[in-house]
Design a protein around this ligand. Sequence first.
Ligand code: FMN
Length: 153
Amino acid sequence: MSPSTYRRPTPRACATCSRIPRSIFCSAHSRQSPDLTTAEIRRIARTLIAHNIDGVIATNSTVDRATVAGSPHADEAGGLSGRPLFKKSTAVLRILAKELDGAIPIIGVGGIMSGADAQAKIAAGATLVQIYTGLIYRGPELVAEIAQALADR
Ligand SMILES: Cc1cc2nc3c(=O)[nH]c(=O)nc-3n(C[C@H](O)[C@H](O)[C@H](O)COP(=O)(O)O)c2cc1C
């Protein structure tokens, strides 16, 4: 479909409160990148609150290759996801959660490969968790493991 024929779907109002939810659109450019400084994360948090944003996803993949230095494909272009991203994305999540102080929900994503990882995201301040790379490597079994781990907390 060419850009001229594409029509963005009309957002649907929440069935309970009739508000149209406004959240950070999940494109690579508007999501929280794990390559932000603490000052930038704080500024983003203030901006999210000031603009009445309903939710934020932290984080996208990283361009940092420090955790995979020396690996055969370490220098390939693109965002790095999965296990090597976990610490870094969770650090961003922790700072963001402190700054937001419960003002808006945070979806924690980045390197969740086990139920324990999901627990750690919640402990760092996430309201919800999202998986991408973990689902590819572990399959739907990971969903059940995470649900159990979060229920057991
Ligand atoms: C192949 C691939 C494609 C992705 N495409 C998108 C995308 O279109 N939009 C987006 O916001 N994030 C995209 N992401 C980022 C993921 O949603 C997620 O934030 C990131 O991979 C970190 O989570 P993970 O470690 O569980 O994969 C993509 C990630 C991968 C690996």
